[in-house]
Design a protein around this ligand. Structure first.
Ligand code: DON
Length: 312
């Protein structure tokens, strides 16, 4: 599997322009009011190869918030902070087949442990496990980790998106109080949610996300310095979750059509990677009915077919 970057840089701008049209079939997220301002037809992508070569096209410079993409990085941080046993005592390893903010299985399947760390309930629990004496300290640790993987001090909290979500997050509050009542969440609800809302509101560009994906594609080693940023075992866990749960209840279809580890967010961002080869950052704010970037998924399908990326 080697992607022809010359072919890619010639064709990518045209593909991106053509694929913007898919946005008309989707819609931007509005349940976090601040996200409703996102440009519906935007589409941008950066691919970062292990050799250092990068290719970008479309609106790759459009800043967007990580939203659920952050869940991959808080999982990695929690695994590094607390170890595998402590994390998986609190959260499972299975896809749900339900929407990302569903409460259904928390009551249905005892002991009410979230099925995986990439659904909202699981990510809230994971954030509660992070080391740090205060929500501020935990949030700063997440931000530092994201910046380290992005190889860039640019990522910062978007205060407007953070506040907008914190003020309206009735569903996440219900999930967190339910988890607390079930004794799955040991920490206090509001400080835990504060960490979770802040991680979701970290603002990035496609290039930064592509660089983060590249570190995962490179088994946790910074390709520029050769330094291990994340133990390989934990990267393997994160990549497995990305394949099985990263695109929520569309993960099976994405595995068939694209076949690479990926994680989406309701901002329309997607983090994806071709193991051993490259990282991808993508933004396309119009979402399909499963909450994934509609043009983004179509574009990744095209790229995967052309460059034979599927792992399967
Ligand atoms: O908690 C939420 O609902 C958002 N901050 C993140 C959800 C999300 O990105 C789901 N993605 N498709």
């Amino acid at each position: 599997m080697t992607t022809d970057f010359r072919d890619l840089s010639e064709r990518l701008p045209g593909w991106v322009e053509a694929y913007r049209a898919y946005a008309a079939e989707g819609g931007v997220a509005t349940y976090i009011p601040e996200l409703a301002h996102a440009p519906q037809r935007a589409l941008g992508i950066t691919l970062h190869h292990r050799s250092g070569t990068t290719v970008s096209a479309g609106d790759a410079d459009l800043p967007f918030t990580l939203q659920s993409i952050s869940k991959v990085f808080t999982l990695l941080l929690a695994l590094m902070d607390r170890g595998e046993r402590a994390v998986f005592e609190k959260v499972g390893m299975e896809p749900t087949g339900d929407v990302f903010n569903s409460m259904l299985k928390l009551e249905l399947v005892q002991p009410g442990k979230p099925f995986n760390p990439l659904i909202n309930a699981g990510a809230i629990v994971v954030s509660s496990l992070l080391l740090g004496d205060s929500p501020e300290e935990k949030s700063q640790r997440i931000l530092r980790f994201v910046r380290e993987l992005a190889g860039d001090d640019g990522p910062a909290f978007n205060e407007d998106v953070y506040r907008s979500e914190a003020e309206t997050a009735n569903r996440n509050r219900s999930l967190a109080y339910f988890l607390k009542d079930n004794k799955v969440l040991d920490e206090d609800v509001e400080p835990t949610l504060d960490v979770y809302f802040r991680q979701c509101a970290i603002e990035v560009t496609c290039a930064q996300v592509a660089r983060m994906g590249l570190v995962l594609a490179n088994d946790g080693v910074d390709p520029a310095t050769g330094r291990e940023l994340v133990p390989r075992r934990f990267v393997r866990i994160a990549k497995s979750f990305m394949v099985t749960c990263g695109m929520y209840n569309a993960s099976g279809e994405f595995a068939i059509q694209v076949g690479i580890p990926a994680k989406s967010g309701v901002s329309g961002g997607i983090l994806a990677l071709v193991p051993g080869e490259l990282g991808i950052g993508l933004i396309g704010p119009a979402l399909n009915d499963k909450g994934n970037s509609i043009a983004g998924v179509h574009l990744l399908k095209l790229l995967s077919e052309r460059y034979d990326w599927s792992l399967f």
